[in-house]
Design a protein around this ligand. Sequence first.
Ligand SMILES: [Cu+2]
Length: 156
Amino acid sequence: MNTKTLLTALAALSWSTAAFADAGHGDGVERAFGEPGDPKKPARIVQIVMRETSDNMEFVPKRIEIRNGEQVKFILRNNGELDHEFVLGTLAENLKHAEQMQKNPDMEHDDPNAKRLPSKKTSEIVWKFDKAGEFDFSCLIPGHRDAGMSGTIVVK
Ligand SMILES: [Cu+2]
């Protein structure tokens, strides 16, 4: 192998490694539960309220059914007194992420699939669901998921 061939091979290798490392992060990247939506295209509106109750915390509704291929605009509203967040993911991802949040409670989310909302604020997430399955949405602020802040999205 001459030097030029070696350099070409190395360049190809580092490119493919970078592409692999990027899978699952950032805008426009396909995820196991779909992909960031296109705000210019039609979307079904789903309103989600986050709030505290006398003895726990919750999302209303807790279960959402979606047709495979449907684009959804989640309109999020925090009716509680505390900050809350909406993080869309697979159940495994959200459970792992919840553990990381215990170690870094100040980690903030503002991603295509996640928003953190102060009390009385609203926000939106547009997401295209193009894979069937059961997925999770949770508030990953430490203690909130255990207090009841999780829900299920069923895509079929
Ligand atoms: Cu919360």
